[in-house]
Design a binder for this molecule. Structure first.
Ligand code: UDP
Ligand code: MG
Length: 327
């Protein structure tokens, strides 16, 4: 037996994409992996026809498997559910809307066979609206500037992970997951390959602005404490400005220079300092909320059912779901 490749795809209401997706995946995988692959779909609480379609697919092809989460846990949690269930020597994670073309799989696996442990796909160009492109560019560059790890620019969740990397990621119990950051954090030999990110094949994006902001915050908060330190710097700045103004006022009195009795300047100072304080309270709140989220130690996701996994293998990973509750 050769090696086994797992492909993990989170699915949230992607019924219109699944048919084409599976055909393209199968064709691409059979070309270089023969029968040595499995495709693990993680149904993230879909409310359309996706769950039934996945079960039907799994029933017809033993290489296709489905995990149904008990509700919508979000993309990152769904990805981790797939990583926990995948059995391959290498595991690829990709989107189910065909934005990540299955044809790129061959190059990912090629790099892995050359000896790399992490092969991440880097978007050459985004086929999305201007606003989204600007937001993404700003996010990746600012995160890179403040993060304590080296997060590659424009690399999303489309990547291949060696078994050792998957196991390493599985030991990280944090809930506010930002997998592309954790992926950098674990280390190993990493390499990027460029690819053309397609437009979504069908359906609407499942990431609303709120989910994107949450993900971005996970990136900052998870990999940098720079926003917290910002409070100190802004505090020094505001205090410094206040000191200079006080000095100036004293000098104008001593030398009897006529000076404006400033209502406006007083207001400005109060608003500025008040604003800085509130913003910094918000930053603290963001970190505190996440700390609270972590200490509760709830599992990252809950599995409702697994389809297409053979029973012997099913027992262990089902238990692994609770693994995060270790004391
Ligand atoms: N997805 C998910 N749970 C969610 C949101 C999205 O599993 O709560 C899946 C979705 O089905 C898709 C992938 O995550 O396979 C990426 O989502 P989307 O295409 O909406 O994100 P974008 O490409 O706009 O970043
Ligand atoms: Mg998409």
């Amino acid at each position: 037996m050769g090696t086994m490749i797992s492909v993990v795809l989170p699915v949230y209401n992607e019924a219109e994409n699944l048919g084409v997706l599976v055909e393209r995946l199968r064709t691409a995988l059979e070309r270089f992996a023969g029968d040595g692959f499995e495709v693990v779909f993680v149904d993230d609480g879909s409310t359309d026809a996706s769950p039934e379609m996945l079960d039907a697919l799994a029933a017809r092809d033993p290489r296709l498997k489905a995990i149904h989460l008990s509700r919508n846990f979000g993309h990152q949690a769904a990805l981790q559910a797939g990583l926990d269930a995948a059995a391959g020597d290498a595991v690829v994670t990709m989107d189910a809307d065909l934005q990540d073309p299955p044809e790129v799989l061959a190059s990912l696996v090629g790099k892995w066979r050359e000896g790399y442990d992490v092969v991440y796909a880097v978007r050459r160009k985004r086929k999305e609206g201007l606003a989204k492109r600007v937001a993404y560019a700003a996010f990746y560059r600012s995160l890179r500037a403040v993060a304590e790890i080296d997060v590659p620019l424009d690399a999303g969740d489309f990547c291949l992970l060696d078994r050792r990397v998957v196991d390493a990621l599985g030991t990280l119990g944090e809930r506010g997951r930002f997998l592309r950051g954790l992926r950098s954090w674990v280390g190993f030999r990493q390499v990027g390959i460029e690819y053309e990110r397609e437009a979504r094949y069908a359906g609407a994006p499942k990431y609303g602005v709120r989910k994107l902001v949450r993900l971005a915050l996970s990136g900052y908060v998870g990999f940098s404490s720079m926003p917290l330190r910002l409070a100190a710097w802004l505090g020094f700045l505001a205090a410094g400005a206040g000191f200079l103004i006080a000095l100036w006022t004293a000098l104008t009195r001593i030398f009897n220079v006529p000076s404006p009795r400033g209502w406006a300047s007083t207001m400005a100072a109060i608003l500025f300092v008040g604003g800085v304080q509130l913003v910094m309270l918000g930053v603290l709140g963001e970190y505190l909320g996440r700390v609270y989220d972590e200490v509760r130690r709830r599992p990252l996701y809950i599995v409702r059912s697994r389809v297409g996994f053979d029973e012997g293998a099913a027992a262990a990973p089902a238990g692994r779901v609770e693994r995060r509750g270790r004391g």
